[in-house]
Design a binder for this molecule. Structure first.
Ligand SMILES: *Cc1c(COP(=O)(O)O)cnc(C)c1O
Length: 364
């Protein structure tokens, strides 16, 4: 059994993918070919915003958003401590100060009730993460951001297609940041990312930023980067995009089945906040004796993952009192309890049944 089977997905859409790849090679349009703009338009339409800019990773989407908004040293940016490293790293790269806040352990997302105490005169932005594929509580987050005139940069890396009260994630904030890392719900065959926004100025800035701040070749207006989305990746993503909603629906059906079958067990299944939808990039349970259970599952051939073993404020790179805000104890505690089970559209039914049975046996 595999934790994720990208080969199975490829086999299911091989014709389209192979055609897309050979078209890019035939055209030799490797950098900024037509597919990049085409994908940008389609993702913008999908999310429901006017602009999208392809970049070379989700991490760059976060960093570039902060740079475009002028975040610099002395500025404070609020980030959940329970997330992937890239969320906080983007702030550190700009020289801004990371202010970690705790999460709601039921949804694994930033707890809006903890935001106001973390806000100071220096706060410039909040980065909510739609962790594991569940939309964060955007009404409460946006209300606080508006009250304090803060930017909101949505980290949508795990949540393409998820909605809050019927609106797609990425359409709430000043920018929304997507990752096309191969394992994400919409994954390329290499690195890729995108920023979506309703702000034309930000979009124009990013289009120039990703090519060294060049308004035209060999002239530069500001310090940028080399951060384009490859045409090859854009072509692959265009071939995959029509399947995304169906794949997400399959993930949701598998999650519903996990929920149903684990209901009377000692396992805490993921909860969904009112108004939020979940596209199950990960199906993450909470469980006592996590390490022992994981080891036993591993022994009988069931792969699982721990996302994430350590909250960011306890990581070597960020372990400075300067980064702390209030108590982060909920994140600290759940790092010892979380366990992500295999969930992907091509999962075999037999594998799924095997996981459920084994989990029930081990946690009686
Ligand atoms: C994957 C991920 C990123 C970074 O995306 P890359 O494309 O790998 O750079 C950022 N934030 C979260 C929450 C992620 O899961």
């Amino acid at each position: 059994m595999k934790f994720l089977d990208l080969e199975a997905q490829y086999q299911s859409i091989k014709k389209e993918i192979d055609a897309a790849i050979s078209r890019v090679i035939r055209n030799s349009s490797f950098i900024m070919g037509d597919e990049v703009a085409e994908l940008e338009q389609k993702i913008a339409d999908y999310v429901g915003v006017p602009y999208a800019v392809g970049l070379n990773s989700g991490s760059d989407a976060l960093t570039a958003s902060l740079i475009a908004l002028g975040i610099t040293s002395g500025d404070e940016v609020i980030v959940p401590t329970f997330t992937y490293i890239a969320t906080a790293e983007a702030v550190a790269i700009t020289g801004g100060k990371i202010v970690f806040v705790d999460i709601n352990p039921d949804t694994f997302n930033i707890d809006p009730k903890l935001l106001e105490v973390a806000i100071t005169k220096k706060t410039k932005a909040i980065i909510p993460v739609h962790l594991y594929g569940q939309a964060a509580e955007m009404d409460a987050i946006m209300a606080i951001a508006q009250k304090h005139k803060l930017y909101v940069i949505e980290d949508c890396a795990q949540a393409i297609g998820a909605e809050y009260k019927g609106k797609k994630v990425g359409s709430f904030g000043t920018t929304g940041c997507f990752s096309f890392f191969p394992t994400k719900n919409l994954g390329a065959y290499g690195d890729g990312g995108m920023v979506v926004t309703s702000d034309k100025k930000i979009a124009e800035y990013l289009r120039q930023w990703r090519i060294h701040g060049q308004p035209k070749k060999y002239y530069t207006d500001f310090v940028g980067a080399s951060s384009r989305l490859d045409t090859m990746q854009a072509a692959i993503l265009l071939a995959k995009l029509p399947y995304l909603d169906d794949w997400n629906a399959k993930r949701q059906r598998l999650a519903a089945r996990y929920d149903e079958l684990l209901v009377d067990s000692k396992i805490t299944t993921p909860s969904i906040a009112p108004g939020a939808s979940h596209v199950y990039h990960q199906y993450t349970i909470r469980i006592k004796d996590r390490d022992a259970i994981q080891a036993q599952l591993n022994k009988i051939g069931i792969p699982t993952m721990v996302y994430y073993p350590v909250p960011l404020h306890l990581q070597k790179a960020y372990r400075t009192p300067d980064y702390y805000s209030a108590s982060l104890s909920k994140s600290e505690k759940i790092c010892g309890q979380v366990l992500s089970l295999p969930i992907y559209p091509e999962m075999q039914k037999a594998d799924f049944e095997h996981i459920i049975k084994s989990l029930k046996c081990l946690t009686l």
